[in-house]
Design a binder for this molecule. Structure first.
Ligand code: NAP
Length: 330
């Protein structure tokens, strides 16, 4: 396993990170012994970064991750998040502090390595229209609260989620003040890491990975398998979420699965063994990505992903062909 320093922090994160979210579902709905086995194996394989959030299973992901880590006496790095709601307008400090203290209690830790704003970001916060999308001016308050929590020893570093309006995200990255960003980046929507062709059908994230990396921010890639669609199969693992809302790709999961198949040529040409390998190595090929999170449903998925990451970046001509396949009309 290779490691990268997360931006300008002193966190040395594994190239593959363990996603403890609801989509993969293992840390939310799995059997405890299976979770323990997967986390233990991940640590053995060199995975040292685990991403969770209070809303994953309504606190269950943090509770399970904390319990497993304590039982294994592991020294892994843990990132969690805070999501503000419309009710928190005017009392952001109180809401963030309460959320972080809740996370620490559930995780059974005194500090988290990375706290991240879970909200999408827009130019302004209009809670009555879209309570989840907070505005650029609110970020100053958020940073101030994170700094106070750092002084209290409750968090070490902080970041944002790079979802929302592309223009606002570009400005959020440009203004600085955060050490990391979670960015949606995959074969279906690679716009966070490359220019896209005219008429690109999905949100254009305007190479936010490169902008963030130039600013010295750590980049955490999310949705690298488009919630599972990049396996090319619609069937879901029993602990995985039964419904997946695509992020910045097609409207429906099944349409994402269909679009994923345009990359099957990589398997047919023997460049990769399956589409999951193509998707994982595509993200590994992107300079500036510090760690790529994978939502995990089973030990087998973890083992495979580690193998794929270790095969390294895809060859340059395969990346060129991927670009051409992405720009093919529907
Ligand atoms: N900040 C944010 O707003 C945000 C948003 C999204 C995600 N995240 C973070 O990023 C993590 C990953 O994102 P995600 O879970 O949404 O999406 P993802 O990693 O793109 O997809 C996860 C799905 O991929 C499938 N999969 C994984 N390994 C596989 C393998 N080897 N072979 C075949 N299928 C495989 C599984 O589906 P099946 O088991 O059904 O096949 C799993 O449910 C989350 O856990 C979370 O920590 C953060």
């Amino acid at each position: 396993m290779k490691y990268n320093i997360l931006g300008q922090t002193d966190l040395r994160v594994s190239q593959l990170g363990f996603g403890c979210g609801s989509i993969g579902g293992l840390l939310v709905r799995g059997e405890y012994p299976t979770m323990r086995q997967a986390v233990s194996r991940a640590l053995e394989l060199g995975v040292n970064y685990f991403d969770t959030a209070p809303i994953y299973g309504n606190g269950q992901s943090e509770v399970n991750l904390g319990a497993v880590m304590r039982e294994l006496r592991a020294e892994a790095l843990i990132g969690t998040k805070v999501r503000l709601t419309g009710k928190d307008v005017g009392r952001i400090g109180e809401a963030i502090t309460r959320s972080v203290e809740g996370s620490l209690r559930r995780l059974g830790r005194e500090t988290v390595d990375l706290i991240q704003l879970h909200n999408r970001i827009g130019l302004s916060w209009q809670p009555e229209k879209d309570p989840d999308r907070i505005g650029l001016p609110d970020l100053d308050i958020v940073i101030g609260v994170f700094k106070t929590l750092q002084q209290q020893g409750k968090v070490r570093f902080w970041g944002i989620t790079g979802l929302g309006e592309s223009d606002a995200l570009r400005q959020a990255v440009g203004r600085g003040g955060f050490q990391a960003i979670q960015v949606a980046y995959n074969l279906l929507n690679p716009s966070a890491g490359t220019t896209v062709f005219p008429g690109f059908p999905f949100q254009d994230y305007g190479q936010i990975i490169d902008r963030a990396a130039q600013q010295g921010m750590g980049v955490i890639a999310i949705r690298i398998l488009a919630g599972g669609a990049l396996s090319g199969a619609t069937e879901r693992h029993p602990v995985a979420s039964t419904s997946v809302n695509p992020i910045a790709s097609e409207q429906e999961y099944s349409a994402d699965v269909a679009r994923a198949r345009r990359y099957s040529f990589l398997v047919e040409k023997g460049i990769v063994s399956d589409l999951v390998e193509a998707a994982v190595r595509f993200v590994v090929s992107k300079p500036g990505v510090s760690t790529a999170l994978l939502g995990i449903s089973s030990l087998n998925q973890l083992e495979k992903a580690v193998q794929y990451v270790e095969r390294g970046p895809l060859p340059a001509d395969a990346l060129e062909n991927i670009r051409a396949a992405g720009s093919r009309p529907e």
